[in-house]
Design a protein around this ligand. Structure first.
Ligand code: FAD
Length: 426
């Protein structure tokens, strides 16, 4: 039976879910977004790496699977739409024996996670210096298949692909989700006026906005959440820059993206970052630190305050503060990274627009799992961070299969698109 499905959020996750819904199920799909066009937030504000899972522990099965299975789907989309998918590879560099043993562990994880032996190699310091002259690193893992892309452009193309069969309501800021007469009603603001959209099923894929929609529907201030603003810096000037992504062995293994890293961009530029600061919400890119702190004190929910307390107890905040200025100041970040690429001291750093990450908080501090919460006829995808843009094509397929398997939706009459045929057939 044909069902009406509304998706809140036209980022990489929402648009990929819409693709699979209209391809595999008998449903009429509408995407709602607060912006007038898709992919205006994290999807276009990230570093554009299609990751390989060598630094993920094999226990993170869902993320590993979605990274492995999505890789070829991104490549296929880029090829078909004439967009760049540059296989530049990635180095993870170590400066001492303790860090080299982490590299050895990551090499083993790569194997356990299904990467081929010829995708990853250990380089001794001298071999590494052919790629990074003057580097003080003692060894590195080289993963050859990391790709650099522009996720924003890829998602815009995916959106164009489905635009004939999926409806888009832009400029609609969803504020509430409730149930009435067997239907789910999304209420919100459209052009300054209140507006309601009725459907049989709602999928909340609103990224940085998803938790507040969930909390309002449940009538709770929990769980707590923290928003971290991450800024990257474009490297300019007369300094030669290699065409391979470079990460250091992460100081905090569970947060491999906090340590400064170097990224090749497909527009021909090179980035170093991130420097981080707190953000009041998922869309506040501009406020200064004092304003953010005041707003956090005045407006945080009880769940947020409990979460901040468990962050303090977990020691995470003090660890970050102890790490000091390299997390917060671009100059100190550059100095920190210069043992890896000494010539980077000669580059100029130009600030880029930041992105915002959101993390749910639990008793242990930061919750690292994606959470799929069913509330009546609404599926909320919360804490969607780890599979990230890399894993979205497969993770969204997994969600649509889940809806089919549970009988919320029925299968469509036939596959609609030429794209991404390898998954439904497999
Ligand atoms: C700085 C940074 C670097 C990153 N680097 C990488 C990387 O190199 N590789 C990688 O794989 N991942 C990376 N990520 C993670 C990746 O970008 C995200 O996981 C991914 O973009 C999340 O997609 P999304 O669709 O959930 O969110 P978004 O892209 O933010 O989309 C959410 C959508 O929901 C809409 N929305 C929100 N609230 C509402 C509302 N109330 N009503 C209506 N619409 C709403 C927004 O307008 C937006 O369009 C990075 C993230 C950041 C911040």
């Amino acid at each position: 039976m044909m069902r009406q499905v509304s998706i809140i959020g036209a980022g990489v996750l929402g648009v990929s879910i819409a693709f699979w819904l209209s391809d595999l199920t008998d449903s009429e799909v509408t995407i709602l977004d607060r912006e007038s066009e898709p992919a205006k937030h994290s999807t276009s504000r990230n570093t554009g790496v299609v990751h390989r899972p060598f630094f993920l522990p094999p226990e993170a099965k869902a993320t590993v699977e979605s990274w492995i299975k999505s890789y070829d789907l991104w490549r296929e989309l880029a090829m078909k739409k004439g967009l760049k998918f540059e296989v530049n590879g990635q180095l993870e560099v170590a400066k001492n024996d303790a860090e080299i043993s982490v590299l050895r562990k990551h090499q083993e994880w790569a194997r356990l996670n299904g990467m081929r032996d010829d995708e990853i190699a250990y380089l001794e310091g001298n071999d590494l210096r052919r790629l990074l002259p003057e580097s003080l690193a003692e060894g590195a893992l080289m993963s050859v298949n990391e790709a650099n892309v522009n996720y924003g452009e890829l998602v815009e193309e995916l959106f164009r692909e489905i635009s004939g069969s999926v409806k888009f309501v832009g400029g609609f800021k969803a504020e509430s989700v409730s149930e009435r007469g067997g239907k789910v009603v999304v209420g919100g603001l459209l052009g300054g006026s209140r507006y309601e959209i009725e459907s049989d099923l709602v999928i909340n894929a609103a990224g940085n906005g998803s938790l507040s929609i969930y909390r309002r529907m449940k009538g709770t201030g929990e769980p707590g959440e923290i928003h971290v603003k991450a800024r990257y810096w474009r490297l300019e000037g007369s300094c030669s820059l290699p065409r391979i992504n470079v990460f250091t062995v992460p100081k905090y293994e569970k947060f491999p993206f906090l340590d400064p890293h170097y990224i090749v961009r497909v527009d021909g530029t090179f980035d170093l970052g991130p420097t981080v600061s707190l953000s009041y919400d998922g869309f506040d890119y501009d406020s200064g630190s004092m304003e953010v702190i005041m707003r956090l004190i005045l407006h945080s929910s009880l769940g947020d305050l409990k979460g901040y307390l468990s962050l303090l107890k977990s020691g995470m905040l003090s660890l970050l503060l102890r790490d000091g200025l390299r997390m917060f100041s671009s100059e100190h970040m550059r100095r920190f990274f210069s043992w890896v690429m000494p010539w980077i001291k000669r580059c100029e750093l130009v600030a880029k627009p930041p992105g915002i990450m959101h993390y749910l908080l639990n008793e242990q501090g930061i919750d690292q799992q994606v959470r799929i919460e069913e509330v009546g006829q609404t599926l909320h995808v919360l804490n969607y961070d780890a599979p990230g843009a890399t894993g979205a094509p497969y993770f969204s397929y997994y969600i649509v299969r889940l809806l089919l398997d549970r009988g919320y939706l029925s299968p469509g009459k036939g596959l609609r698109y030429e794209l991404w045929r390898t998954l439904p057939g497999s």
